[in-house]
Design a protein around this ligand. Structure first.
Ligand code: MG
Length: 441
């Protein structure tokens, strides 16, 4: 695990090494200031960590509500429904040997300040179990139906049912508990794959590489589109009818376009990773945008404060102001079913967007702390432009931009660059690569 307990999105690491029952128990104990709802994804270590976390809550005198295997946004909904805190046991898109804890309150992951408080609390707090505590473990078996009902109100069921799209849903994790059922309810002809509620059938990150079989199934079955989740289904990646990913930036642009089409509120939130295509789409649709550091925690908190209609990151994590204030891959799935019903096949819709040449690279950073490396890189770079230092370093030039930042979940430095001209992109990439490589040594 990293030098800090919390990363970009909760606590994450290798099960048995970084993430142990002892840790889950003490985090849950420190976090419990009310009853706590606990959900988990399909990882084999989830059950043991669930009981450890539940024990941490119960031994403080609070009740637990066992949600079973549910997506992270369903836990978010449970925190609002019961007005209590929530814990999701997941390592999101990381491989199955990882696990972790996402801590939620008021429908979203807790803020960076709250994370610091929990860390401090853990250091000073021992276990405080008393013989006369009356804490109990309970269940909420209705939460999946509640989540489905919330989403059904945000789409036009009739228009989706009329089109009856054939959809391949690659669940591979907690999404198996809800997405196929929701889309069936909406009138889609659903074929779900990797839908066991135990372990994973493919690597949980929904990348083109990990989705090869899924893409082939979409093609072979002549489906109208496909959906693939990550391990905790706060993400959804969309596959067009030709069996290709629409692409992260085009997918985000389509989602933004859909939200801006009839909206009065035109404020969109996105992150320092926003592409030119996303910015151009927002402007073309008459929208405004604000930028935040990478990570759904920032977006969730900013969405409510800024009163934005939608917040999206290119990785497929979108927050809709009328849904839960946490990325909801199940709502994304329903929204794209709606988009299909309204506008037809996605390969056609995506064609209108011409992504600019882009570089996304990852550099292992093992010898030095990531923060020191980023500081060194900042000093080395002399490219002029509009600079944003909120999360790593982003420089916007007229004809493109680049971002160098520390990965929130891995010991790595990430480089993203996008320029209208391929030659300029290459030029910039060569220069920036060299600076990063010399700084990590
Ligand atoms: Mg996730």
């Amino acid at each position: 695990m990293d030098d800090m307990l919390f990363g970009t999105s909760g606590i994450r690491g290798i099960y048995g090494k970084d993430i142990t029952e002892k840790l889950a128990c003490s985090v849950a104990h420190a976090f419990a200031e009310s009853n706590v709802a606990i959900g988990r994804d399909t990882r084999s270590s989830g059950q043991a960590l669930f009981h450890a976390a539940a024990s941490g809550v119960l031994s403080k005198g609070y009740n637990t509500i066992d949600l079973g295997i549910v997506p992270t946004p369903t836990v978010a909904l449970a925190t609002k429904k019961h007005n209590i805190r929530g814990i999701m046991i997941t390592a999101s898109h990381n491989p199955e040997e990882y696990n972790g804890l996402k801590l939620l309150e008021n429908g979203k992951e807790i803020s960076k300040e709250q994370e610091k408080k929990i860390t401090a609390q853990m250091e000073k707090e021992g276990f405080s179990g008393k013989w006369d505590m009356h804490s109990a473990s309970m269940r909420d078996d209705a939460i999946i139906d509640d989540h489905k009902s919330l989403i059904k109100k945000l789409v036009d069921e009739k228009s989706i049912a009329k089109k009856k799209p054939k959809v391949i849903i690659d669940c591979n994790g907690a999404g198996a508990a809800i997405t196929p059922y929701l889309l069936s309810d909406l009138g889609c002809h659903v074929v779900s794959i990797n839908a066991e509620l135990q372990g994973f059938n493919r690597l949980p990150e929904p990348t083109a590489n990990n989705l090869q079989k899924t893409l082939a199934i979409v093609r072979a079955t002549a489906a109208d589109f496909g959906i693939a989740h990550d391990g905790d289904a706060d993400r959804a990646i969309i596959i067009d009818e030709t069996g290709q990913l629409i692409g992260l930036d085009v997918q985000l642009a389509l989602a933004i376009e859909q939200e801006l089409e009839h909206a009065k509120n035109k404020l969109i939130l996105t992150t320092v990773e926003a592409s030119l295509l996303v910015r151009e789409t927002i402007e073309r649709c008459g929208g405004k945008y604000e930028i935040s550091p990478v990570g759904s925690t920032y977006l969730s908190h900013k969405l409510e404060k800024a009163n934005a209609i939608f917040a999206g990151e290119p990785c497929g994590e979108y927050i809709y102001s009328k849904g839960v204030p946490c990325p909801d891959g199940i709502l994304v799935a329903a929204k794209f079913a709606q988009l299909f019903a309204d506008k037809g096949h996605f390969s056609n819709l995506a064609k209108r967007f011409k992504p600019y040449p882009m570089v996304r690279e990852k550099f292992a950073c093992i010898k030095k702390p990531k923060a020191d490396v980023i500081e060194k890189i900042k000093q080395e770079i002399s490219i002029e432009g509009k600079r944003n230092d909120e999360d790593g370093m982003r420089i916007d030039e007229k004809d493109g931009w680049f971002l160098i930042r520390a990965s929130g979940t891995e010991p790595a430095i990430r480089l993203t660059a996008e320029y209208k001209d391929k030659k300029k992109l290459e030029e910039r990439a060569v220069k920036l690569r060299a600076i990063i490589q010399s700084s990590i040594l």
